[in-house]
Structures are given as structure tokens and as C-alpha cells.
Design a protein around this ligand. Structure first.
Ligand SMILES: Nc1ncnc2c1ncn2[C@@H]1O[C@H](COP(=O)(O)OP(=O)(O)OP(=O)(O)O)[C@@H](O)[C@H]1O
Ligand SMILES: [Mg+2]
Length: 629
């Protein structure tokens, strides 16, 4: 077992908060139980999984690879046996021309076997290299298929991120090499079987000697692969941290703040601390791997010598004739070269296989994070949405973000959620939109509990203008339609409501302008312009329920007024849940809920709440005074 100790000079990284913690090494105990036997036992299942994946990618190419490799092995054995015939004829008594003539038929057979074998190997290689890109595609599609399906809450879980990082940075790219290596292992094994079969036929004692010659190498190879993997596994969190800092140093969006806050030295220092700790561990690993390899090779050299000594002895005592001994040398060399290939492939298969297993494990784990299929279809509309006694805690959080919250929304109403930063408004909106499931309590559309409704269906009925909306690196049109096509009038209508039409009118290619400066001809928008696009996106969805989470935070006064007017009039019968700090615009809401530390503390119309003289009245007066002063 590779032993890894946390960097002794952890103090060096002191002052860098979590970077100083040697918690990168927490995974080591998980690996402590992995021994040689475990690996030997795991290989067949790895090969099976790889072959299954290859089969899924292309049954024809998989079959071609395996069958052609098998036939190649058969012809190797056949060629070796034919060689015995050649040698027997050459070593027989009699004049040389006669001996050569007698050897001729066997010689022709050897030639034919070699030609066929070469063609088969080439065919197998071709089929195998056709498999690679097909397997890669399948693996990548599987990965992104599950990452986009898991419940949103998974993304709040650091363990999920670790597993995702392992699968994404290393795991997924190993799929094709694992398949290739599994086939190499099969081919190598077939080659050895062929050589071993021939050796066994020649003299049984040669067989165990051959095994002896290569076993130490196998041990060294597996040991070194294991050391490398355990180290890499332990280093993943450090890698991730390094990667995150790297992004901050090299990405466009933080580039301005890195400069304006003169953060270069701070960030580079952090990067260096992690990189140095990692470098020390990797250099130590290289040393240990070299020792393991040297020991293995020395032992296997002794083994090979033993094989040839044994062969010499057998020859000396007359146990095998010269022709047989000659063939045995050839068979041993062919077997050894197959074994060398097999070992190389096994070694790499084991190492890559560990990453591949990470990929498979991640997919399995991610599948488990996809909610069980629900039977009920989401209703098209509702008379009343009611959240009852909803409690919700983010994974790993100490206290709930929502406690015993109950709210009601009737069709056609405008409902406002207000409250200070961190009071739980966005969280409640995410629960009402089916993005998170409450830990306790229920959300119902009329009598239907959303816990029974297929979330994908439900989300189709709801539009969310998110507080932290994404700036999609797509065209202006796709930033609004989000892959749906409802025709030009809907698109133009939504853009107009949000004031996005003015923004788009100024773009060089109108709706077809790419909104990402990282690409050629891409354009960047201002914060408020982006928000108009995000609002248009919400309206374009034409959903039964429209949730607006701070839709105007970045809008100018005119755009804000226009949007609130639109929401207030909601002439199209839309139901709106409005979250905003601009209290002047919630005056007209049918009902206002005030959240405080995850609880609903006040509710009612503007007039009700002003009469209560609580948090709402406080905040409202504060804002109103600021304007009237
Ligand atoms: N993904 C998350 N993981 C863990 N905790 C979270 C997460 N998102 C929010 N929180 C916590 O939950 C609480 C409620 O956050 P929420 O975003 O709902 O507040 P909010 O009322 O929308 O605030 P704001 O007015 O600033 O938008 C906060 O204490 C916040 O720290
Ligand atoms: Mg919020």
C-alpha cells in the first residue's frame, strides 16, 4: 500500500484557510483495503464492463476485434508447431539438400501462417481503432446525460462535485483507452495461451518456468499503478482547488476584479502553495514507482535465466531433442513478448480502469440522484397553489433555510415575497418551481401533491426569471427562446415586454448576434441589458406561473417601471410570484408575504401590513422616506 503523508511543512500554507488543511488525504483510508488479489479479481469485471461498452458502441467492430485477435492467436500457435516440423527435418540425418527438401512443406506452412497472422492482426487493429471514437462518444453522452438530469440539490453537495470532477477530468476520457486496453489484454492472453499450449505440448516443465519469469514484473506493474492511482485519488480535491484558482487567473469574467483589487500576488501565492504540495507528493511517488519497477525487473531477469538453464538441462539429459528445444526457445520468446504486451496492457488497464471505475461509479451515483419516476402528469393550469408547512435545509447546512412556511397563490394573482437578504425568498421560489423538494411539508397544485408529479413536466408549466440568471453563450434569439420555437410573434412580444427589443435592435446581427465576447463577432451586453434578455426569456415561456426573482435589480428606472406595470396589469391572466426589494412596486400585489430568517412573519395586503407596523412597514417607510426627503 502506498503510504502518503500530508505535507510536513503544512505551516508553509498557513494563513490560506482551507488550503492549509490536509483534508486532501481523507480518501486514503478508502484505498487502504486494495490489495493485489482485489485487483486480480477486479480485472475480469473491468474487461467485461469495457467489452459491454464497446458492444454498445458497435457490435460489429467489437466482434471483429475479438474474433480476429482470437484467430491471430490460433495462427501463432500453428506457425510455432509448423516450425518444429522445419527444425525436425533440418536436424535429421542425411545429406543437406534432402533435409532442406524435407523441410520445405513445413517451411511453406510457416510462411502461410505468418502471412495470415499478420493480416488478422492488422484487421483487428483496424476494428479496434474504429471502436475508440465510438466509445468516447457514448461515454461523453452518458456523462452529460446524467449530469444534466440529477436533482438540482446535488450541485450543493461537495462530494458530488468531487465525484463529478473525477469522472469528468479523467474518468470519461479513459473509456476508449480502457476498451482498447481490455482488447490488448485479451490479445496478449491469447498469444500467451498459444505459446503456452505449444510449450506444454513440447514439454510440460517449461510451462511453470515461463510463469516464474514474468510474475515479478506483473507484481511490480500492478504495485506501481496502484501507488499512482491512490496518490491521484488523494490529490483530486487539491487539483480542483488549483483548477478553481487557475480559472480565476485565466478567465475573462474575474479578470477585471483580479486587477482592480490587485489580487495577483494573493492568487498566485495560493496557487503556488497547492501546486508545490502536489509537486512534492508526485516527486515522492516517482521515486517509489522506480524502486518497485527495478525490483520487479531484477526478479524477472533471474526468472528468465532460470528458464534457459532448465532448458539447457533438459537438452543435456536428453529429455528433449534439439528440434524441440529450438522450437521451445522460439515459443518462450513469443510467449514472453505476448506477456510483455499483456503486462503493459494489464498495468495500464488497471490504472485507467480505476479512473474508468470512477466514471462508472459516478454515473451510478448520479443515476441514484435522479428522483424516482413519478406517475402523475403536471396539470396545465391551477386554481390555487398552496405550500403547507414547508421546511428545507441545504445539504451540509447547519440550520434550515425555510422553516414551517405556508403560502397560497390563486390563479391570476400577483403575490409578492419580501424580506432581507438571506431570508429565504429565492429558496422558497425554487421549491415552488419544483427545483428543490421540501424536507417537510407539501406543495400542491389544487389537490395534487407535487411530490407525485414528474418534475420535468411541472417545470414546463412554470417560468422562472432567476436572480442569478445565466448569460448563455448563444445568440440573442436562443437566449430568449432557450431551444423552443414558438414563432416570431411570441419572441417579439416577449422581447418587447422586457424592453429587450431595444437592446437587440442595436446589435449588429439583431437576434442572430452571438452574445459572448470569447467568440469571434460575439458581442457583450451591459448588466441591465442582460437582465432585460433574462426577463424576456421568462415571458417567452408563456407559463401558467411566472416567478420573477429580483427581475429589476439591474434595470434602469424606465425599464423597471415598464416591467412592473406589465406585471401589475397582467392582463393576460398570468399568475405572478414577485420577489423584489423595491417595495413601491409590491404595493399593488394581491398579497405580500414577509420572510424573516426562513419564516413567514407577516402576510396580507400592503394596507394590512402597514397597519401591523412590523418589518414590512419599517422597510417600506425607510424606502419611502429616502425618496421624499
Ligand atoms: N445553494 C445553497 N447552499 C447552501 N445554503 C444556501 C444556498 N443558497 C442559499 N443558501 C442559504 O440559505 C439562506 C436563504 O437564502 P436565499 O437565497 O433563499 O435568500 P434570499 O431571501 O433570496 O436573499 P437575497 O435577498 O439576498 O436574494 C441563506 O442563509 C443562504 O446562505
Ligand atoms: Mg434571493
Amino acid at each position: 500500500m502506498a503510504t502518503i503523508t500530508p505535507p510536513s511543512d503544512a505551516e508553509e500554507i498557513d494563513g490560506l484557510g482551507e488550503l492549509a488543511l490536509p483534508d486532501w488525504f481523507v480518501h486514503m483510508d478508502k484505498m487502504a483495503g486494495v490489495g493485489f488479489l482485489t485487483i486480480a479479481k477486479r480485472l475480469p469485471s473491468l474487461v467485461a464492463q469495457a467489452v459491454r461498452m464497446a458492444w454498445q458502441a458497435s457490435p460489429r467492430d467489437t466482434l471483429a476485434t475479438v474474433v480476429l485477435s482470437l484467430l491471430g492467436g490460433v495462427f501463432t500457435a500453428f506457425g510455432l508447431l509448423a516450425t518444429t516440423g522445419v527444425l525436425q527435418a533440418l536436424f535429421a540425418e542425411g545429406p543437406t539438400p534432402d533435409r532442406v527438401r524435407a523441410a520445405l512443406p513445413s517451411l511453406i506452412l510457416v510462411g502461410i501462417a505468418a502471412t495470415i497472422r499478420t493480416s488478422l492482426t492488422a484487421g483487428a487493429g483496424w476494428a479496434q481503432s474504429r471502436l475508440d471514437p465510438q466509445v468516447s462518444r457514448i461515454a461523453e453522452e452518458r456523462l452529460y446525460g446524467v449530469t444534466s438530469r440529477v436533482d438540482l440539490v446535488a450541485f450543493d453537495d461537495p462530494e458530488f462535485h468531487d465525484a463529478l470532477q473525477r469522472a469528468r477530468t479523467r474518468g470519461v476520457s479513459t473509456a476508449d483507452s480502457v476498451v482498447g486496453l481490455a482488447i490488448d489484454v485479451l490479445t496478449g492472453a491469447i498469444g500467451i495461451l498459444a505459446a503456452a499450449g505449444v510449450l506444454g505440448l513440447l514439454h510440460p516443465v517449461l510451462l511453470p518456468l515461463l510463469v516464474l519469469a514474468v510474475l515479478p514484473d506483473a507484481w511490480a506493474a500492478v504495485r506501481s499503478a496502484r501507488m499512482r492511482y491512490t496518490t491521484m485519488y488523494a490529490l483530486i480535491p487539491a487539483h480542483r482547488r488549483k483548477w478553481i484558482i487557475g480559472e480565476l487567473l485565466a478567465e475573462r469574467s474575474p479578470a477585471a476584479e483580479v486587477r482592480s483589487f490587485t489580487m495577483r500576488d494573493f492568487l498566485l501565492g495560493m496557487y503556488d502553495a497547492v501546486a508545490r504540495a502536489e509537486q512534492r507528493i508526485l516527486i515522492r511517488l516517482a521515486g517509489r514507482q522506480t524502486v518497485a519497477r527495478l525490483v520487479g525487473e531484477a526478479l524477472s531477469g533471474i526468472g528468465t535465466a532460470a528458464v534457459y538453464v532448465a532448458l539447457g538441462l533438459l537438452l543435456a539429459v536428453g529429455a528433449v531433442p534439439l528440434a524441440v528445444a529450438g522450437t521451445a526457445v522460439l515459443a518462450i520468446r513469443s510467449g514472453q513478448s505476448s506477456l510483455a504486451n499483456l503486462l503493459y496492457a494489464t498495468n495500464r488497464l488497471y490504472e485507467e480502469g480505476l479512473y474508468f471505475t470512477d466514471f462508472l461509479a459516478f454515473c451510478e451515483q448520479a443515476d441514484a440522484r435522479v428522483g424516482a419516476p413519478r406517475t402523475a402528469a403536471a396539470p396545465d393550469t391551477f386554481e390555487r397553489i398552496s405550500a403547507e408547512h414547508v421546511t428545507f435545509t441545504y445539504p451540509g447546512a447547519d440550520s434550515p433555510a425555510l422553516r414551517d412556511v405556508s403560502v397560497h397563490i390563486r390563479s391570476g394573482e400577483v403575490i409578492a415575497l419580501v424580506g432581507e437578504n438571506g431570508s429565504g425568498k429565492t429558496t422558497l421560489a425554487k421549491i415552488l418551481s419544483g427545483l428543490y423538494e421540501p424536507d417537510e411539508g407539501t406543495v400542491r397544485w389544487d389537490d395534487l401533491d407535487l411530490a407525485q408529479v414528474e418534475p420535468h413536466d411541472l417545470r414546463g408549466r412554470i417560468a422562472v426569471i432567476a436572480q442569478d440568471h445565466t448569460r448563455w453563450p448563444l445568440t440573442a434569439k436562443h437566449n430568449i427562446t432557450m431551444g423552443t420555437d414558438k414563432g416570431e410573434p411570441v419572441l417579439l412580444g416577449a422581447a418587447e415586454v422586457a424592453g429587450a427589443d431595444e437592446v437587440i435592435a442595436e446589435l449588429p446581427n439583431g437576434y442572430r448576434t452571438l452574445l459572448d465576447r470569447r467568440f469571434k463577432d460575439g458581442k457583450e451586453l451591459s448588466g441591465g441589458q442582460w437582465q432585460r434578455i433574462a426577463v424576456a426569456r421568462g415571458f417567452h415561456r408563456e407559463a401558467a406561473l411566472l416567478i420573477c426573482d429580483e427581475p429589476t435589480a439591474a434595470l434602469d428606472a424606465r425599464a423597471e417601471h415598464a416591467l412592473f406595470e406589465q406585471i401589475r396589469r397582467h392582463a393576460d391572466g398570468r399568475t405572478v410570484l414577485l420577489i423584489t426589494h423595491r417595495l413601491a412596486s409590491v404595493r399593488y400585489a394581491d398579497r405580500i408575504y414577509v420572510l424573516d430568517h426562513g419564516r413567514v412573519t407577516e402576510q396580507g395586503t400592503h394596507d394590512d401590513l402597514m397597519a401591523v407596523d412590523g418589518i414590512y412597514a419599517d422597510l417600506y417607510t425607510l424606502q419611502a422616506d429616502a425618496y421624499s426627503a
